[in-house]
Design a protein around this ligand. Structure first.
Ligand code: GRF
Length: 576
């Protein structure tokens, strides 16, 4: 049980918003302490059935003497407590201005009288001075010059009532669910397990390489998973794999009122239908290669003849493998025949032929919270194996420097993305991946995905030094405006170890030994392993990823691993 004390002296609209926000949480015990016997907040407490104390302010320090709270929340409290009381508890305060502007009383009136065009709120740790202490979150709004004082008050209170409960939720510690089984999810889970805001980590589907990081939830279907997540008071679920997203896991979690990071079924179409993605790109003036749709084998030759260098793509999901590129037109023709004959089942019933673009590829991950877009530094991933076949990804590097001119074009592209997300009214927080081709003349989109990529996640999440749970939580609660990314000063590389036959066939149950877990300068993330009696066995496909600043170290560790089926990409270098 967590104990929270709310201090208030007035109307108590924030008090009520907080109590209502947490109404389903049986694990938090709220109390109210008030210093004014006629304050309306006391009536609200009675109505909401919250235990309330009304004391003279002089008696407050005594009240605190024998009590300890997980959090003390000041919500319209008009006094300052002594240093000792404050130091013994964690105190936070909300103030209706963008501090340090307008400390003290009548901040909204001052905003109005001064005809400010911008106002806002500040949530901060409280100390023994008025409206000072480390800022936790700020949110600004534009003020229309025609607004009355009442209207400004109303808009500012709306912000307070939305954000204050969410900050409280975070500071009380979060229960997080990570859904997915690959190295991407291993990395996400590892970052979350290191967060100071974590209360408890739950995992669904984890593999044996990272199941120890949290408590596993066993489930048969998404509905059951959502029910269990609800029982466990999950504050946030992070969904990794595209398959789950496209099958509508987020839509189910939404019905249970569980916050998720992941695209809902509708938004997932950006990934699950390349034809849909092309239409959206056209609508928002985003450059992409010219293409035709094909679903009839009879048209293969005719349609291929429209293109100088045809590339073929399956319309649906194919784990990153549904793209075929070859300069030999006959091979392209044969593969298109295979695609249309059902190589990827329904996913390749409809295909696209598009013109090959020349340049180099980069990956852009953009975090969307329903209102704000936070773009990550660029990564590069290496998809082709030594036989030129597309895989799910065999290596990645972050960051990628594309030069000032391209950076300028990239900014224009980011604005278009923002426009797209806003105009399409996408409310659910999710991560948009843009696979970009930087050509001599401009930046083109090769494809969209609606989630973090694997293996880019492994470099990106290590390259960004922020508390990742803080980023995800901000994303889930429309607070990304206040996130400033802290980047590492060294480039990171990730190399994937896979089984020999990948991506076609691979043997399973092969022992992997001599993995150097103790090297402080490298991180290991598992994709597809089983562990029995402390020994690791491959379960096919990609097996593990290694991340480090030092590429030679990665290769040393890989060279020393004993694994009969060992395969990894040699000489990974940025391609530009
Ligand atoms: C809020 O505007 C808050 O920012 C300030 O006092 C006001 C309290 O309002 N510290 P209410 O009592 O919660 O309605």
């Amino acid at each position: 049980m967590k104990n929270v004390l709310i201090l208030a002296s007035g109307k108590g609209s924030n008090f009520e918003a907080i109590i209502k926000y947490f109404k389903e949480r049986s694990d938090i015990n709220f109390k109210l302490l008030c210093n004014k016997k006629n304050a309306y907040v006391l009536k609200r407490a009675e109505k909401l059935n919250i235990e309330a104390y009304c004391l003279k302010f002089e008696d407050f320090s005594d009240f605190f003497k024998n009590r300890k709270f997980d959090l003390v929340v000041m919500a319209g409290f008009d006094r300052i407590l002594d240093k000792k009381t404050i130091q013994n508890n964690k105190f936070i305060n909300i103030h209706p201005s963008l501090l340090p502007k307008y400390k003290g009383l009548k901040a909204i009136e001052k905003t109005f009288v001064n005809h400010d065009t911008k106002g806002g709120i500040t949530i901060h740790y409280a100390n023994e001075k008025v409206d000072e202490g480390e800022i936790i979150y700020q949110k600004a709004i534009k003020i229309n010059p025609k607004w009355s004082l009442r209207k400004i008050e109303k808009e500012i209170h709306k912000l307070e009532h939305h954000y204050y409960p969410r900050i409280i939720e975070k500071l009380l510690g979060l229960n997080i669910l990570v859904v997915g089984f690959g190295a991407r999810e291993h990395c996400i889970a590892e970052k979350i397990s290191n967060s100071k805001y974590l209360d408890k980590l739950y995992l669904a589907d984890s593999n044996d390489g990272f199941c120890d990081l949290g408590e596993k939830i066993i489930y048969n279907n998404y509905l059951e998973l959502a029910q269990k997540a609800k029982e466990k008071n999950i504050n946030l679920a992070i969904i990794g794999p595209e398959k789950y997203l496209c099958e509508g896991i987020v839509d189910i979690f939404k019905k249970f009122n569980i916050k998720t990071i992941g695209a809902d079924k509708k938004t997932s179409k950006l990934e699950s239908s390349k034809l849909y993605a092309k239409k959206i790109m056209k609508k928002y003036g985003i450059k992409t290669a010219p293409y035709v749709k094909i679903n009839n084998k009879k048209n293969i030759e005719k349609y291929l003849s429209y293109f100088k260098n045809p590339v073929i793509k399956a319309n649906g999901l194919a784990s990153g493998k549904g793209v075929y590129i070859n300069s030999d037109k006959n091979k392209v023709k044969n593969e298109l025949f295979n695609f249309l004959s059902g190589k990827f089942l329904d996913a390749s019933k409809n295909c696209l032929i598009e013109e090959k673009l020349f340049g180099y590829e980069v990956s852009l991950f953009s975090f969307w919270d329903g209102e704000n877009l936070l773009n990550m530094p660029l990564c590069q991933d290496f998809k082709q194996n030594d036989d030129g076949l597309n895989t799910g990804g065999l290596a990645s590097i972050c960051p990628i420097n594309i030069g000032i001119e391209n950076e300028f074009k990239l900014n224009k592209f980011k604005n278009k993305l923002f426009n797209l997300l806003k105009k399409e009214k996408i409310k659910n927080p999710f991560i948009l991946y843009s696979g970009l081709m930087i050509t001599k003349d401009d930046i083109y989109v090769l494809e969209f995905n609606v989630r973090l990529g694997d293996p880019e996640t492994q470099v990106l999440l290590n390259y960004i030094q922020n508390d990742w749970l803080s980023i995800f939580f901000a994303q889930a609660n429309r607070m990304l405006n206040y996130t400033e990314l802290k980047e590492k000063n060294k480039e990171l590389t990730c190399i994937v170890m896979a089984s020999k036959g990948y991506p076609l066939k691979s043997r399973k149950n092969i022992e992997i030994s001599n993995i150097d877990f103790n090297n402080k300068n490298a991180k290991i993330y598992f994709s597809n392993v089983k562990r029995t009696n402390n020994k690791y066995y491959s379960m096919g496909g990609r097996v593990l990823s290694i991340v480090s600043e030092d590429k030679n170290l990665i290769y040393n560790i890989l060279d020393n691993i004993e694994f009969e089926e060992k395969m990894y990409k040699k000489d990974v270098e940025i391609k530009q």
